[in-house]
Design a protein around this ligand. Structure first.
Ligand code: HEM
Length: 471
């Protein structure tokens, strides 16, 4: 261990003196004074997710939107520049590759999509995309499941005057995703088990990678193996039943089973990746929307009017929400976009250079980490007027999201495959929420925080006011 530490120390010093000093074409910046850690702690200090935080603010002012630092154990280029971020994401697998810290593959498994690059990534991503394509082709079923899930949560609030919204949002998105992936219902014991284990799992993803019994990291690896065991049992049971149960529509596990060339390990990893990807992020999106709307009666009012119109149309047609109804929710889409921009569910992604990079006069050596920071772009006042304001109307001409600036779901070959599902879940939940309740956040200070994953310190407590008798 001591030897490893000394080796890293010497390597860091050598990189600094013989690499940085001799290369004047590196972006400006500093590695910080601490070997190995560099500026990681300063970079990770929690801050309101609606701001870039002190570290980025200081460095952007001093060095510009592209600067060098030393983060997560590597010499790093941090970018808050829209164009460079797009250049990085578009050149995935060619100039750059996924560069997540050791926690991600160790806790999520080596075959998790987010960690993969190259041929294996392409093959497994293709499988995931074939499932997401059914969101549109089988929209009727998806919407019906999501609507039932939303109503189950919202109807459970009948006797409540206050609640912690983050918990409710997580329940909803978890129930939706285990239904879509594994056809599990909230009360199925496998679903309860997975949910229980997810808590240890999430803690380990962001903890120090120390694999000793009892550490959050070790607990997370154990939780992953246990969730994988549950997935394996379900997979074996499904293999025995050759035909799709008439009571049940095709889920992601069925789709995976149609790919004969996939190994069991690959199937289980895909299930894990989508369960995780589809749970926390979408719950965070719902929570920030509830926070922003709770503080903005004008936007809430306009949203309520839009959904009243959808409801009136439904009275004549009958039945649940359809794809056409979802497409009519234009102000809802503006609210979702604005919440994604201002709330920054995903602050940045990890890449590494796989060959020396030349970009606008800069040179970045091979093996460096590169962090495209979406928050830096979303909060850029040269791109967005009053960037700190929640203003869903900025999206109404449809041009603010165009092109390179708006990247809440990433871009290039690793662009989030679940983006549409996330938006549909959010729109359907919002539809029922704004028709049944108005609400007020109870603590002004409970704002979305970037830890760097997004969360509310106090779980976003809100008081509820029913708009009409809840049936
Ligand atoms: C508001 C909700 C969501 C946000 C903001 C979000 C954001 C992102 C971002 C930024 C990436 C790119 C990561 C990178 O480039 O390294 C990503 C990838 C991914 N997301 Fe999402 N996501 C959301 C919802 C979902 C949902 C609902 C699912 C699945 C059901 C999902 C599954 C994935 C997967 C599997 C990847 C890895 C893709 C790859 O590497 O090819 N996400 N997401």
């Amino acid at each position: 261990m001591l030897f490893g530490f000394l080796l890293c120390l010497v390597t860091t010093i050598l990189i600094y003196y013989f690499g940085v000093r001799r290369n004047p074409r590196l972006p400006p910046g500093t590695f910080g004074w601490c070997p190995i850690l560099g500026q990681t702690l300063a970079f990770l200090i929690p801050h309101a997710s609606t701001s870039v935080g002190d570290f980025l603010e200081y460095n952007i002012k001093r060095y510009g939107k592209i600067f060098r630092s030393h983060l997560f154990g590597y010499p790093t280029i941090v970018s808050c520049d829209a164009e460079f971020n797009m250049f990085v994401l578009r050149n995935e697998g060619h100039l750059f590759a996924s560069g997540y810290p050791r926690n991600i593959p160790e806790v999520l498994g080596d075959l998790t999509l987010i960690h993969l690059t190259g041929e294996t990534h392409k093959r497994l991503r293709g499988v995931a995309l074939s499932f997401f394509a059914t969101v549109k082709t089988e929209s009727e079923h998806f919407l019906a499941d999501i609507e039932a899930g939303a109503l189950e949560i919202i109807n459970s609030w009948k006797d409540k005057e206050t609640l912690h919204f983050c918990d409710e949002a997580r329940k909803f998105t978890f129930n939706v995703i285990v239904k879509q992936i594994l056809s599990l219902r909230p009360n199925d014991h496998e679903a309860t088990e997975i949910l229980h284990k997810f808590h240890s799992f999430m803690e380990g993803l962001i903890s120090m990678p120390v694999n000793f019994p009892g550490t959050p990291y070790a607990k997370a690896i154990k939780a992953r193996l246990e969730i994988e065991d549950i997935a394996r049992v379900l997979l074996h049971a499904r293999r025995k039943v050759q035909t799709v149960d008439a009571e049940r529509r095709t889920d992601f596990l069925d789709v995976l089973l149609t790919y004969e060339e996939l190994s069991e390990e690959e199937i289980v990893s895909m299930v894990m990746g989508l369960l995780l990807g589809g749970y926390e992020t979408t719950a965070s999106l719902l929570a920030i929307i509830v926070k922003f709307l709770g503080d903005d009666p004008k936007a809430l009012n306009e949203l309520q009017e839009e959904h009243q119109k959808v409801l009136e149309k439904k009275k004549d047609e009958g039945g649940g929400l359809r794809w056409e109804d979802y497409q009519c929710m234009t102000f809802t889409q503006n609210v979702i976009n604005e919440a994604l921009r201002l709330g920054n569910v995903v602050k940045f992604v990890h890449r590494r250079t796989i060959q020396p990079i030349q970009y606008k006069g800069y040179e970045i050596p091979k093996g460096w980490k590169v962090l495209p920071v979406f928050t830096g772009v979303h909060m850029d006042s040269s791109l967005y007027l009053d960037p700190h304001q929640f203003n869903p109307w900025r999206w109404q001409n449809g041009d603010d999201g165009a092109g390179k600036r708006f990247m809440p779901f990433g871009g290039g070959k690793k662009h989030c495959p679940g983006w549409e599902l996330a938006k549909i879940e959010t729109a359907v939940f919002i539809h029922h929420l704004v028709l049944m309740y108005s609400w007020t956040p109870l603590m002004d200070t409970d704002v979305p925080i970037s830890f760097p994953y997004l969360d509310f310190k106090h779980g976003l407590q809100i008081s509820l006011k029913p708009l009409s008798p809840v049936s």
